[in-house]
Design a protein around this ligand. Structure first.
Ligand SMILES: [Zn+2]
Ligand SMILES: [Zn+2]
Length: 398
């Protein structure tokens, strides 16, 4: 079968053997799999993983218990032993002998077939489409916050980071009645939250906090210090970045302000499936592109490009993405900012160039082969905005 395998050097799509059978497992034919920051971290050495990547999936059971065969399913990623003291105390996700799908000791879901313990599978209700169901795993991770912290109506929460997990955590907290401010670096991603009535701010502009709860989901070592400084005394910090680079951490503020710090990883699937079914959380606008398995390596690269250091901004929007781009490049000179616009206004483009833009390029039609080929589906663009003049205004070469 076809799969995206990482051999310690490169991730490559190739023919591999079907996943090996193990007791009480089911064989799932994968319909869709999601690319996540963890996959990108894995191919840069995180967890020292070798094997088939991918842990966010939806598929149909091909072999397994008769009542499951033919059912659409999603799967929890921690394969527990089910027999140790940790498993017996109700924490199978923490089983010390666990394997983790596409992350640690178990081949993942960027493949035609994946093998998952039957106990890990959850049937997907008919009302949830594949492209929505594929978000169950990361959404469950966002729901883990509600397992760990009691959220009261109006609870003041700050979510740092506008990657997938940050966007989902903000929506989950909002749906739970919290008063959320989501802070990120990508205006277009934050716009998804504003449509849901969630307040947002650009990281470089925002005065942060004080908040009772801060969720750190930036994946950056700097995020921890920012999160700590944004907390009220006795506030709670939830850490969601599993693979942030190592850095020196000042623990004194935790003592001085009597802060609570909670590590938070995988979460429960049932509330995530319910939220997807009722539409309490919107995931469709989080899809940037959809590629066939044969181009899975490309999907990984595309996800990397869309990850934190690139901003896609629409300078045709009122107020100008240009202002935002300027403030991002001024405060974070390392950040690569790419402006993608549907503007047909030459003045807009000229003013972009006058603002210190070295490189600008325009072309007349949507280019599906461009690295931003997912633009049409991305939620960055506006409906019907694909047939005007497009411009990539690149600020990185100033
Ligand atoms: Zn993930
Ligand atoms: Zn165990």
């Amino acid at each position: 079968m076809l799969a995206l395998r990482y051999d310690g050097q490169v991730a490559r799509v190739s023919e591999v053997d079907p996943p090996a059978e193990f007791p009480e497992s089911a064989l799932v034919r994968v319909s869709l799999a999601g690319v996540c920051d963890t996959d990108i971290a894995l191919v840069t050495g995180y967890m020292d993983f070798r094997g088939v990547l991918g842990h966010e999936f939806v598929g149909t059971v091909a072999e397994g218990p008769p009542e499951l065969v033919g059912r659409r399913v999603v799967g929890e990623i921690n394969f527990a032993c089910g027999a140790c003291a940790t498993c017996n105390s109700g924490m199978p996700r923490h089983c010390p002998a666990r394997r983790v799908l596409g992350i640690q000791g178990a081949d993942g879901a960027f493949a035609e077939y994946v093998r998952v313990p039957v106990a890990n599978l959850h049937a997907v209700p008919d009302a949830i489409s594949d492209s929505t169901a594929v978000f169950t795993e990361p959404l469950a991770a966002a729901f883990e916050i509600l397992e760990q912290v009691e959220i009261e109506p109006g609870h003041d929460c700050l979510v740092l980071g506008d990657g997938k997990l940050g966007l989902l955590a903000a929506q989950v907290l909002h749906a739970a009645g919290a008063e959320v401010l989501a802070v990120g670096r990508h205006p277009a991603k934050l716009a998804v939250l504003r449509q849901r009535g969630i307040r947002t701010a650009i990281a470089s502009d925002a005065v942060l906090g004080p908040a009772s709860l801060v969720v750190e989901a930036t994946g950056s070592a700097l995020g921890f210090a920012r999160a700590v400084s944004a907390l009220r005394p006795r506030g709670t910090l939830v850490l969601k970045s599993t693979h942030a680079e190592q850095g020196t951490v000042d623990l004194a503020p935790l003592v001085i302000h009597e802060l609570h710090v909670i590590g938070s990883r995988c979460g429960p699937f049932p509330p995530a499936l319910r939220a997807l079914e009722t539409g309490a959380v919107d995931v469709r606008s989080l899809v940037h592109a959809r590629l066939p398995l044969a181009r899975a390596d490309e999907a990984l690269r595309l996800a990397e490009q869309l990850a934190p250091d690139i901003c896609l901004l629409d300078i045709a929007m009122p107020g100008g993405g240009l202002t935002a781009a300027r403030s991002i490049t001024a405060s974070m000179p390392q950040t690569r900012v790419v402006m993608l616009t549907v503007s047909e206004d030459e003045d807009d483009l000229l003013s972009a160039m006058k603002a210190g833009v070295v490189w600008a390029n325009t072309f007349n039609r949507f280019d599906p082969t461009s690295p931003f080929g997912g633009y049409k589906e991305s939620g960055f663009g506006r409906e019907g905005g694909m047939h005007g003049l497009h411009a990539y205004v690149r600020l990185e070469d100033r």
